[in-house]
Design a protein around this ligand. Structure first.
Ligand code: TXA
Ligand code: MG
Length: 314
């Protein structure tokens, strides 16, 4: 590993002001959000957005989520009917991304939407992310702040593990609270919302007629293009539903299964989600060549956790 090149600043008033300045000039800044750290650039700048793809090694067909201050800023990018505005206001700010028809006059670099006629938007709940967005006054494109395919970052240190020297600044706002990426819901032509990616929002009990769970079968066309089977890779073989570790395995525990580290000794799924990526980062850094992970129940937040674990193992 080369020496540190990307500065990290605390997310105080001075740090936020510096982040805004770097972003305004077209730079790349890793910012904290309530889900995971995002690699932000102004969404209206072709050059700035191109740098995101380059820094991450992200394929150009994979579109980015645009972060905005609220419904009004979103409505300048996406077609939003009164019903859509109402729906959005129920979830924002928060860890829910809405995929909406893109406005023809949206001030977005074309690469943000990767040629699609839709745009993914969300209003983060994290106060630091909100302060950066408000200070800049321009929407921010921000994928997770990791090299493409690697484990997502929930701390400033995680960001530097794969992006040190490739981006301009890390704004350190402490560990992310939810710990997994936003729930993605797409507005369908029939007016219903289809879940493209499970996330911190527990949608398992949403039985209203405006929502469809949307479980794409393996091999079916991928609707959220980033949802490739192999993703979130810690760079080692991963074995799921393990009760005991083999000699060469680093065990990530849950509940009664004690590990080298544990997602949650008390079997609390919110704690497990918050700690998921930190545990995978620790497993990746361990000298042991393999990773084993205890079973996590497929219910509530466990659905999103298992979605990420299956991809880590793929
Ligand atoms: O919580 C999050 O969503 C974090 C934070 C930083 O906001 N961001 C994040 O970005 O997870 P990323 O790039 O790792 O995942 C974005 C996902 C990808 O699967 C991408 O394909 C999908 O959103 N996506 C973006 N625009 C889309 C669109 N127009 N239609 C369908 N899927 C879209
Ligand atoms: Mg990602």
């Amino acid at each position: 590993m080369s020496g540190k090149q990307t500065p990290t600043v605390p997310a105080d008033a001075a740090g936020i002001a510096r982040a805004v300045e770097v972003l305004r000039a077209g730079g790349l800044v890793a910012i904290p959000t309530e889900t995971v750290y995002g690699l932000a650039a102004r969404a209206d700048s072709e050059a700035a957005v191109a740098r995101i793809f380059e820094a991450k090694g992200r394929p150009g067909f994979n579109p980015l989520i645009v972060h905005v201050t609220g419904v009004e800023q979103a409505a300048a990018l996406a077609e939003m009917s009164p019903e859509t505005r109402h729906y959005a206001s129920q979830h924002w700010p928060g860890p829910v991304t809405l995929v909406l028809p893109r406005r023809a006059d949206a001030a977005l670099a074309p690469a943000v939407t990767a040629g699609l006629d839709t745009v993914a938007v969300r209003v983060p709940r994290h106060l630091v992310a909100q302060a950066v967005l408000a200070g800049l006054g321009v929407p921010l494109a921000a994928p997770s702040a990791n090299r493409s395919g690697f484990v997502s970052p929930t701390t400033a240190a995680h960001v530097l593990e794969t992006l040190d020297g490739r981006i301009d600044l890390v704004l350190d706002g402490g560990p992310s609270d939810a710990g997994i990426e936003s729930t993605i819901l797409k507005l369908r032509a029939d007016g219903r919302w289809e879940q493209l990616r499970p996330g911190p929002e527990d949608t398992a009990n949403w039985h209203d007629s405006h929502f469809v769970q949307g479980a794409p079968l393996p091999g079916e066309a991928i609707e959220a293009p980033g949802q490739l089977a192999s993703h979130y890779s810690p760079g080692k073989p991963v074995r799921l539903a393990a009760l005991v570790a083999a000699e060469d395995e680093f065990l990530i525990g849950f509940g009664v299964v004690e590990g080298d580290v544990t997602l949650s000794a008390g079997a609390d799924l919110a704690e497990a989600a918050r700690r998921l990526y930190a545990c995978l980062h620790q497993a990746a850094l361990s000298r042991l060549p393999r990773i084993a992970i205890a079973p996590v129940p497929e219910q509530g937040l466990g659905i999103a956790i298992n979605d990420r674990l299956r991809r880590a193992a793929a």
